[in-house]
Write a protein that binds this ligand. Structure first.
Ligand code: ADP
Ligand code: ZN
Length: 292
């Protein structure tokens, strides 16, 4: 049995499951402060004979194993979690191998192993929710360099009819600043989920996301693009992307059939937690190899 954590800014999902990706038991815990949330996480896992734990966390996080702050949540706007030593705190409670990556990397791993990108050695998983983030698998491995990618913060051209200044605290009108759920809410004065009937909202959303996808496609050439998160529950955004992306690319390079190329997560809302389970499996296998 393996343990999995999908640590989000509003809630933690904790689950136990097997190495085939089957989830057996799960709970949800509100993300308040570490002193309150973490004891609940620990008491859940203490009930099961788990062999390793995988964590997909909101970020930014330090994923560089050479870094003194490896395993930490770093400069998050959620101040209670800033500089929280996530992996170290779990290690102190469980003497087990622990896998640690971003929430979107975990979702990419889940979809690449059991979901929409199963059998492919590359894909991108993008979440459009409270923030925008993406994880990429390239040649069978999660893309990572100095840090994890931050594909939500790329720059896009403003829509000619969009006077909105943008919501990113770092860059104002980056992709996240213009197209996240809170940006939609602030621009249109209503929660995104209540704007379903306003076509102009979703047309503009697709206008921005298509630009981002164009850049990801040109740079990484992924074999599948998976779009999840709350905002993508509005299926009309997919149609807006299908409209704008070919126009932007203007026949430069060839795309697979677009509706089969840019898709929803096949694992639905379980992509992240399933990926965290795979991360646990990997951490377990690595520890066996090292003979720890
Ligand atoms: P989080 O990013 O916190 O993990 P979500 O992916 O659900 O969670 O993203 C939350 C954002 O998505 C909010 O801004 C919310 O308004 C928006 N959202 C949630 N559900 C929907 C929906 N059905 N349609 C459009 N927007 C939605
Ligand atoms: Zn930004």
């Amino acid at each position: 049995m393996l343990g999995a954590i999908e640590a989000g800014g509003t809630k933690f999902v904790c689950a136990v499951g097997d190495e085939k990706g089957n989830l057996m038991e799960r709970i949800q815990i509100s993300t308040t402060v570490p002193e309150e949330t973490m004891p609940k996480v620990e008491s859940f896992f203490k009930k099961y004979p788990i062999k390793a734990i995988g964590i997909g966390s909101f970020g930014p996080i330090d994923v560089n194993k050479e870094s003194p702050k490896y395993g930490y949540i770093t400069s998050t706007p959620k101040t209670a979690w800033r500089d929280f030593p996530f992996v170290q705190s779990m290690k102190a409670a469980f003497d087990l191998p622990i896998g640690f990556t971003t929430d979107v990397n975990a979702a990419a791993l889940g979809e690449a192993t059991f979901g929409a990108a199963k059998g492919l050695d590359s894909c991108i998983y993008i979440t459009v929710g409270t923030g925008i983030g993406a994880g990429a698998i390239v040649q069978g491995k999660l893309l990572q360099g100095v840090s994890h990618p931050e594909m939500g913060h790329i720059l896009v051209r403003k829509h000619p009819n969009d006077p909105y200044k943008g919501k990113c605290p770092y860059h104002s009108d980056c992709l996240e600043g213009l197209a996240s759920g809170p940006a939609i809410e602030e621009r249109w004065g209503e929660k995104a989920e209540n704007l379903a009937a306003r076509e102009v909202v979703w047309d503009m959303e697709g206008y921005y996301l298509a630009q981002a996808l164009m850049q990801y496609i040109l740079i990484l050439s992924p074999k599948k693009i998976i779009l999840g998160g709350g905002v993508m529950k509005q299926k009309q955004v997919f149609f807006s992307i299908y409209h704008y992306l070919p126009k932007l690319l203007n026949s430069y390079g060839s795309l697979p059939e677009i509706s089969d190329y840019i898709v929803s997560p096949r694992l639905g809302d379980d992509a992240g937690i399933t990926g965290a389970l795979i991360l646990a499996r990997q951490a377990h296998q690595e520890s066996l190899k090292k003979g720890i």
